[in-house]
Design a binder for this molecule. Sequence first.
Ligand SMILES: [Zn+2]
Length: 265
Amino acid sequence: MLKNRKIALFVGCFAVLALMLQFNLNNKLDFPTCEDKKLLVTDIAFFVDIGVLERNKKVDVENRIIDMLGVANSTLENSCINLQRRLDTVYYEDLQNIPQQGTEYALKHDELIWKMDSKKRELFITNPTKYIVAIYKQLPGDVIGYTHAAHASRFVVLSYEANNFALEHELGHLALAGHESNDEPRLFGGSAKIAHAYRCGNVRSIMNEDRSSGDLAPFYSSPNIRFKNESCGLLNDANNTEQLIRWTRLLEANIDLYQSLGVID
Ligand SMILES: [Zn+2]
């Protein structure tokens, strides 16, 4: 009992320390004042594998999802990207196999969409603002999440062990944001020139996978964000914020087109 209390105290102290550290990082980061722009809301349906429930209650799973969405929205807000992530539904299903690249991944997306009722299914097929995220108890190796945008452009696979940054990191990939510039190109043969992550001071932008270069912080690379006197991006070479803003514009144009054709309301 005492031992457990000591562990609880230790965990509690660690959580407080982590929060203080996050507060300090965000305090040193200087985010720009954003222009007033209409937010484009993207709805996300989560399919949680029942294996996750072996050790977690539904309420804990749903709180985790809310935390991930919170980090995603802080990241977008801090970067002045007029996108918002919103929870649609949480489904609990036996997701069976973890899809590998390509056809398997696309088939898993289709399989999940067919678990929705017909009205919702139609919405998730036709509306470009609707996303699906599959959460497994664990993914192979040390992978915590992935996307294959060329095979299913609105589908993310996550591990329940992922950190809270992983959701927006993967959604960033679906908007064709890329990793730091020395990373191997992998999205359609390489990211756009601007679509690279960055680090400033001892923090790294959300798409930066190089753990040795600092702690993750809730922002996309941008020359308009600063850490003390250091820029957190390069206008033409490390500006995932601009990539996401362009992506949002494309989404808005698609929505206008689909509405004019009567495909969506
Ligand atoms: Zn990545």
